[in-house]
Design a protein around this ligand. Structure first.
Ligand SMILES: [Zn+2]
Length: 229
């Protein structure tokens, strides 16, 4: 994808791109940005590398180090009771083909794991998609290959998340399907009691919801000591 057509690339020309006015902190070449579709949760941010890569692990070593620094920095602001998640493998949940990690405060690891499993089980009857689940002690620096033997290809769909002390990965096996689009946002929205806000594009296209969303994003920015418009 050419950078001009990727809303997460600095060269983007798209509306809704990540430009300097939305960034609340930079750790090297990793930006921290209040997320469109905040799920009514102050502190919900995404971590986005400037470089267009599909997965963080493709970053050069120094930039990957900045990513790990950004993880620690966000945790120091939003508190330890937050869930971090990534969709890995386009078509299995990811809607933007540029690496990004969601950080949502107020979601316990176990609730997130169990609700994700529930949703995957309910969909698998329709789609035939199967999954495996792996759980480890938290260590965001571990690659998926190192975390779990038996992953044939990192391009295979995976839902990767971590919380306070643990990290988990759902490895999806089957054809990519739009039903899995933004599935971890749906899980988060359900746990936070705002399922109607799961679809961020619908939120941004509805004036009253967009205004409320903008206010939450301003609140998030203030947690990071920034004012955004
Ligand atoms: Zn990009």
């Amino acid at each position: 994808m050419p950078p001009a057509d990727c809303s997460f690339c600095p060269e983007s020309v798209l509306p809704g791109r990540i430009d300097e006015s939305r960034i609340v902190h930079k750790e090297g070449k990793i930006s921290i940005v209040p997320n469109y579709g905040s799920l009514a949760t102050p502190g919900y941010v995404i971590l986005v590398p400037e470089r267009h890569v599909v997965n963080f692990k493709e970053l050069p070593r120094e930039e990957y180090g900045s990513y790990l620094g950004a993880v620690d920095y966000v945790d120091s602001i939003v508190g330890p009771d937050s869930i971090h998640f990534q969709h890995i493998g386009t078509g299995y949940g990811k809607t933007i083909d540029h690496a990004h990690e969601h950080v949502v405060p107020g979601i316990p690891f176990g609730d997130f794991r169990d609700k994700t499993r529930e949703l995957l089980d309910s969909l698998s009857g329709e789609t035939g998609l199967k999954y495996k689940y792996f759980e480890h002690k938290r260590d965001p620096s571990l690659s998926l290959q190192k975390m779990s033997i038996g992953i044939p290809s990192p391009d295979k769909g995976a839902l990767y998340f971590y919380g306070d002390a643990l990290q988990g990965i759902f490895l999806l096996e089957g054809e990519p399907n739009p039903k899995y689009s933004a599935i971890l946002r749906k899980v988060s929205a359900e746990i936070l009691g705002v399922p109607e806000l799961a679809d961020w594009k619908a939120v941004r296209n509805t004036e009253v919801l967009r205004r409320a969303d903008d206010e939450i994003m301003r609140e998030t920015a203030r947690m990071f000591g920034k004012e955004i418009s």
